[in-house]
Design a protein around this ligand. Structure first.
Ligand code: PGA
Length: 255
């Protein structure tokens, strides 16, 4: 089964409204032909409409950085799956910055992932160990418990369509990326756990990305490991030179 690489750019809280389209236009100009690699850009919510115009006629896709699990109601400040449907295909859920700064729990993340799937949006469910977990040897326990809790409300048919991102907190925005070898090992553990919970088909089909200080200078090293299905890129995705190099590197590795 051929799985094409998935490269996701998480702009985080960058991109004041006119900048979003400018950033995408610059990326479009710089990109060579991308036939196989799937590329997703996740701008802030308010940029999604203009980004939607900018990606028309290209094979760039859009994602949101968050979602709420209810369809509508008195939930001030939240954005529902119905509002995102039609505008984007992917949604990042459970990013460590939301877990840390906004108090998102595993239960909330599970509800968000389930809401996505039930509205035909693909969640990119983030899991990751802290520096303390890493130092104390608890990385695997933390990662797999976040994973099990996050997919808890999904069926095996649903789980095979989602994306998981392994993002060690100690690697995010620090310039200290997790080595490709180690990331591949964790991704294998994640797929193994999915297999135990949902069966072989789910573990074969689910896509698992690595994220954390991915730059053009290290991105190609991850593609040497077939278990790494793609990359979730933060800082380097708002720089069109860097991001296009990462994408073209992935495209070169496609068979
Ligand atoms: P970074 O962020 O690439 O800037 O380390 C990755 C992420 O948080 O998704």
């Amino acid at each position: 089964m051929t799985k094409h690489k998935l490269i996701v750019g998480n702009w985080k809280m960058h991109g004041i409204i006119p900048e979003a389209s400018i950033m995408i236009e610059k990326l479009k100009k710089e990109l060579g032909e991308v036939k196989k690699t799937e590329v997703v850009i996740c701008p802030p919510f308010v940029d999604l409409m203009s980004a939607d115009e900018s990606v028309k006629g290209t094979n760039l896709k859009l994602g949101a950085q968050n979602i709420f699990w209810e369809e509508e109601g008195a939930f001030t400040g939240e954005i529902s799956p119905l509002m995102l449907k039609g505008l984007c295909k992917y949604v990042i859920v459970g990013h460590s910055e939301r877990r840390i700064y906004l108090g998102e729990t595993d239960k909330m993340v599970a509800k968000k992932a389930a809401a996505c799937v039930r509205h035909e949006l693909t969640p990119i469910l983030c899991v990751g160990d802290s520096l303390q977990d890493f130092a104390e040897g608890f990385s695997k326990v933390t990662i797999l418990s976040q994973l099990q809790a996050g997919v808890n409300l999904l069926t095996s048919d649903e789980v095979k369509k989602i994306v998981i991102a392994y993002e060690p907190i100690w690697a995010i925005g620090t310039g200290k990326n997790c080595t490709p070898n180690k990331a591949a090992e964790v991704i294998k553990d994640i797929k193994h756990t999915i297999g135990e919970m949902f069966g072989k088909e789910a573990s074969d089909k689910i896509r698992v990305l690595y994220g954390g200080s991915v730059k053009a200078k290290n991105s190609n090293d991850y593609f040497e490991f077939p278990e790494v299905d793609g990359l979730l890129v933060g800082g380097a995705s708002v720089d069109h030179h860097e991001f296009s190099k990462i994408i073209m590197g992935a495209e070169k590795h496609e068979k």
